[in-house]
Design a protein around this ligand. Sequence first.
Ligand code: SAM
Length: 396
Amino acid sequence: MTVGVVEHLEVVEVSVRKVRTGLLLAEVMHSVFEAAARRGESERGSSSTARVTEPVEQRPPGIVAPATLAASAHQAPSPVRQGGRGTRETAYHTCRSTLRPKRSASGNLRAALRPIRGKLRLMNGDDDSDLVFAGSIPEMYDRYLVPLIFQTYASDLAACVESLGSGSLLEVAAGTGAVTREMAARLPGTVRITATDLNQPMLDYAAALGTTRPVAWQQADVMDLPFDDDSFDAAVCQFGVMFFPDRPRAFAEICRVLRPGGVFVFNVWDRLDENEFIQTVSDALGTVFPDDPPLFAARVAHGYYDAEIIQADLAAGGFVSRARFEALEARSRAETCHVPAIGFCQGTPLRNAIEARDPARLEEATSAAAAAIAQRFGPTDIDGKMRAYVITVNKP
Ligand SMILES: C[S@@+](CC[C@H](N)C(=O)[O-])C[C@H]1O[C@@H](n2cnc3c(N)ncnc32)[C@H](O)[C@@H]1O
């Protein structure tokens, strides 16, 4: 996409004017973001809508719980397979409406933690701010990151369970509902969908966006699920398990609420250097805070990809049969370098990490991330690699 000359001039002109009047860099960046957002708005509906083309592989539809789902190749978990399986086009994202990043609107982290703190079971070394998706985060997450990195994988997970013809399905860590919306559209109305998440603000955002048919939204910590034993035919979780402080316990809860033979399908990001945008943003934040670099990306979001560890955690939770691992590589595309910068710095718990170091430096940090993205991928029409594992296992 070509950014119009007028729009370029508008950005420069606004920036120069603000610098002249002695305003802070942060305000200049606001103007740049706003101009970028206006560009996105003006282009919406042309080449800017999310699109998914050309599947990586011809995956047989539906994964399988014997007796509930149609037979498919997924029924027999294969040995761990790692390595690229081709590419899948991912969302091409523009800012969807005029945006002015809210100033530290996630604001008081302590306040955000209050509703969930009693529900958390943290293990040594966990930082509970990594688990807070509140304040401005749900909006920024859904607006910037869902089209950028989550939508492709959401379509894939929904396809994994779409042959479920009836019964009930549980989604944990549903966030703003990327997978939920896909499943609601693809699965027949005879499948009851219950979508849960630890953070009520994420579910509120998801519910406000809505689904094509009714979904039960319910706040729940995956490590203490408020459901009876053997009550779901399938369970789904997209990019949530890395956040669970005690994964064997979380898997045990999911296993408990699944009926025997029920299927659990989830995905995790591969290591940081296989996911180029977040790696670049994370490195840039290391230069902004050299004495105390935020390690959220490496430690949490991209810190749980080892097949042997995941298999062992699943077994400790009661999923004793061998899990199937599939690597799924895709491209992440955005119109400008600001999209991944804002998305990761302001739409994930990285925002909490930045604000914990210095609340006044959020925009400087976002700006540094955008500059690093621009340096590596160019300022506009950017394209980076991302890679994840899709894991399928059945309750015995
Ligand atoms: C990266 S987001 C993924 C959201 C969504 N599945 C998606 O694909 O967009 C991770 C989600 O995990 C949720 N989460 C973190 N810890 C959790 C827990 N203990 N129980 C349930 N959800 C949790 C967060 O609130 C957040 O919505």
